[in-house]
Design a protein around this ligand. Structure first.
Ligand code: FE
Ligand code: CA
Length: 518
């Protein structure tokens, strides 16, 4: 067997092993309480996927040098849930088994909870106890809700800044954090590094786990997870830059690439408070797109723009992925998709039927146009929705056909604060504004330079606000009357003690698509 083949074989076996436990109950181990020499809860705790009656709780046991797990050692983890911060009133207690096949991650689908209610939780294993996390359930489906507060965030390259934005997010009064992808970065760029990734570029499950461990050890990221439930979507860097479906930029053999993607998806699951892991029948697949409701006030969709998309149009034949493209007829091929047929149909159906006041469509990248004049015609960034104009038109046509007034899209990925009009025909003032877009800047990742950002801003009248120079997050406040966006920012690179200010604020009034400066 060639070394490469042998590695593939190992990966396949690892994935098969990883999935087997989902199909069976794990046998109970001997009951002697374990004595830990280092803190097994060093990666913190998290909660996510808030519903009126449930949330998902997460942690992952980490073994220090002196605590090495022996093979697939199964461990019993105790979970306690309280109705008060002082941990006096315990409302649930449960135990759950974990083992090495899932990286000793723990996912608890906590059910039978009360709507719009705060809960505190902690995990215990042997003589070790986790920090206490706080979470909160969604309102009842028929509740009149006065306000929904979200911290919209994305793109946290560990090397390119401190996670100060997360310390700031932890302090806010929020219903949930909406994180739209690039939670880890697989790649490095030493030019902009103020701290270093450990290990090389991850390609295997152990390597992806190591990368998540480094990120999750960050105390400010841990604070934001412990403070609020998170609603999560991935983008490309959770696997590799600019991948599309089964294709990476090097045009690797798709079967090979899907093994890498399966390892990355498995590691993603092991480190996030999400409900479902990779598909047992096909570990390279994982159903992450989702929809949640916030009383009568809002429906929120989180869309997967990576797993099912068509490859970028007019790619460089040697180095694929994102680039600016001109005179590219492929852009207009109606068969090209951003969401894949199944997700697109699901979104179209549930969006059309939504009766809630606001429809918040969260997706990983930017929908509004960023194309610029070129020697011939215009030049389009083929990675975002500008590279999928037919899919964008179908999405916005759904909004028009269903006569939806209050659609606001929320995005990330571009390391830029954006407030924009969404028209059926982008940048055409004759074409009506049918929806509104807010895109948040990155937590840390470097943005476009000032000059290209200025050219993009001046070339696209649909962009009301477009700034790539600062880092941070966006506070989204939803009331029956309006959706308000406050771009909360700090300088680049983000340091530990830098302060935050409001770069700009916009609002969308009910019944009137298009953001207005506040
Ligand atoms: Fe990014
Ligand atoms: Ca990205």
């Amino acid at each position: 067997m060639q070394r490469r083949e042998f590695n593939q074989h190992l990966q396949r076996s690892a994935i098969a092993l990883a999935l087997a436990p989902w199909l069976r109950a794990v046998a109970a181990p001997a009951d002697k309480p374990r004595v830990w020499r280092s803190n097994p809860f060093a990666l913190g705790v998290a909660s996510g996927r808030p519903r009126a009656d449930s949330v998902v709780l997460w942690t992952r046991l980490l073994f220090g040098e002196e605590d090495r797990a022996t093979g697939a050692e199964a461990l019993r983890v105790k979970v306690e849930v309280f109705a008060d911060a002082a941990l006096k009133r315990r409302v649930q207690k449960t135990e759950i088994m974990t083992d090495d096949a899932r990286g000793h991650s723990v996912h608890v689908h906590l059910q039978n909870l009360q709507p719009s209610t705060d809960y505190w939780y902690r995990f215990t294993q042997g003589d070790a106890c986790s920090t206490v996390g706080h979470t909160r359930t969604a309102p009842a489906l028929n509740a009149d809700v006065r306000q929904l507060r979200i911290a919209l965030s994305s793109c946290q390259h560990y090397e390119q800044g401190q996670f100060t934005a997360h310390a700031e997010i932890a302090k806010q009064a929020l219903d949930f954090v909406l994180f739209m992808g690039d939670y880890i970065y697989e790649s490095s760029n030493s030019q902009y590094a103020i701290r270093k990734h450990s290990g090389e570029e991850p390609k295997t499950l152990p390597q992806y786990r190591e990368r998540y461990e480094q990120y999750k050890r960050d105390p400010m990221l841990q604070a934001a997870h412990a403070a609020h439930p998170w609603v999560l979507m991935w983008d490309d860097h959770e696997v590799v830059n600019d991948y599309a479906n089964d294709m990476d930029r090097n045009y690797s053999d798709p079967q090979q690439f899907l093994l890498r993607r399966a390892a990355a998806y498995q590691a993603y699951f092991e480190h996030q408070p999400v409900l479902l892991g990779p598909d047992a029948n096909n570990p390279a697949n994982m159903h992450l797109y989702d929809q949640l409701s916030w009383g009568k006030l809002a429906d929120v969709w989180t869309l997967d723009c990576r797993q099912y998309r068509s490859a970028q149009a007019c790619r460089d034949p040697v180095r694929g992925g994102g680039r600016m493209v001109m005179q590219c007829d492929e852009l207009n091929d109606p068969a090209r998709t951003m969401l894949g047929a199944t997700q697109e149909r699901w979104l179209g159906d549930s969006l059309s039927q939504s009766k809630r006041q606001w429809k918040l469509v969260a997706q990983a990248t930017q929908i509004s146009p960023t194309n610029v004049p070129a020697p011939v015609g215009r030049s389009y960034w083929n990675e975002a929705w500008d590279g999928y104009p037919e899919a964008r038109k179908r999405l916005l046509q759904t909004v028009v056909d269903a006569k939806l007034n209050n659609v606001v899209t929320l995005g990330g990925d571009v390391h830029c604060n954006v407030a924009a009009n969404l028209r059926l025909e982008p940048n055409n003032p004759q074409s009506p504004i049918v929806a509104s877009e807010f895109v948040t800047t990155s937590i840390t990742s470097r943005g476009l330079g000032d000059k290209p950002a200025a050219v993009i801003r001046e070339s696209n009248p649909d962009l009301l606000h477009y700034r790539s120079d600062e880092r941070g997050f966006s506070l989204i406040t939803v009331t029956p009357k309006e959706v308000r966006c406050d771009f909360r920012t700090t300088k680049f690179p983000a340091g530990v003690e830098t302060g935050f200010k409001t770069q700009a604020s916009y609002r969308v009034k009910s019944g009137k698509p298009g953001p207005q400066a506040v």
